[in-house]
Design a protein around this ligand. Structure first.
Ligand code: HEC
Ligand code: HEC
Length: 197
């Protein structure tokens, strides 16, 4: 049976076809920067300050550090499963814009408790290990060295455990060397020290 082009075309079907076309267009289009930032915000905090365990704050991170991390993740060198869907189609320009955006946001302390006794012990270890020579005395970081000041305590412990056990893929060996041979309790103390700055 031949369908007549004129009489049998239902307006409902046409509308449905238009809707499908609209959706596939919308899907094919890459998210805009504000749409991307909303995605990042669900995990890293709307203002770039994370409220979630083991998820780092991005606010106030040196743009170069963020850029570097995102490129490593996009290329699959630093493997972070939770982030894979959000980095796979980022262009270099997207990455640059995201990195610059987060650098400008003010870093805020998390609601975690910083233990003053641990922080003091951490300060002694930090002096021996010269953490400030790379992360700066203010611990604000620069270039590929991340900000530690006001970073989440749990995330810093998590990250240092990864360096210590060589389980952070694509990690900078400078950092692995900096904490080589430390015990878990030293790392916890260092995280409290860094968060206290
Ligand atoms: C589903 C949650 C989730 C989403 C959405 C997400 N991230 Fe992440 N992100 C994580 C987790 C978890 C880590 C920590 C990975 C680890 O343990 O090494 C991380 C780490 C990072 C890091 C490394 C930071 C550091 O201090 O080491 C950067 C940079 C980053 N994310 C940027 C982004 C950007 C930009 C977006 C949006 C395009 C985004 N993330 C979306 C979960 C997420
Ligand atoms: C020789 C330079 C250097 C020294 C010294 C150094 N770091 Fe790092 N640190 C780095 C670099 C570079 C990175 C980023 C590594 C990467 O991309 O995996 C880093 C990452 C980190 C991270 C992960 C932060 C994040 O957001 O992902 C923590 C925590 C950290 N350093 C703490 C310390 C502490 C504490 C000390 C002193 C015991 C220290 N660092 C000494 C260079 C250094």
């Amino acid at each position: 049976m031949r369908l007549s082009m004129k009489s049998e075309r239902s307006p409902v079907l046409l509308l449905a076809a238009a809707f499908v076309l609209f959706c596939s267009n919308a899907l094919a289009q890459k998210p805009t920067l504000p749409e991307r930032l909303a995605q990042c915000g669900t995990c890293h905090g709307e203002d770039g300050n994370s409220k979630l365990e083991n998820i780092p704050s991005l606010a106030g991170q040196p743009a170069f550090f963020t850029l570097n991390a995102l490129i490593l993740m996009r290329e699959g060198v630093r493997k972070v499963e939770a982030m894979a869907p959000f980095v796979k189609d980022l262009s270099d320009a997207d990455i640059q814009a995201l990195a610059e955006h987060f650098e400008k946001l003010p870093a805020k302390r998390s609601e975690e408790k910083v233990d003053p006794a641990l922080a003091e012990r951490g300060a002694t270890i930090a002096a021996q290990r010269r953490c400030e020579s790379c992360h700066l005395p203010s611990l604000e970081g620069h270039q590929q060295m991340p900000r530690l000041a006001r970073q989440r305590v749990d995330y810093m412990i998590h990250a240092m455990r990864q360096y210590l056990t060589d389980s952070r893929s694509g990690a900078d060996t400078a950092m692995t060397a900096a904490i080589y041979g430390l015990r878990d309790e030293d790392i916890v103390a260092l995280a409290h020290w860094a968060a206290s700055k």
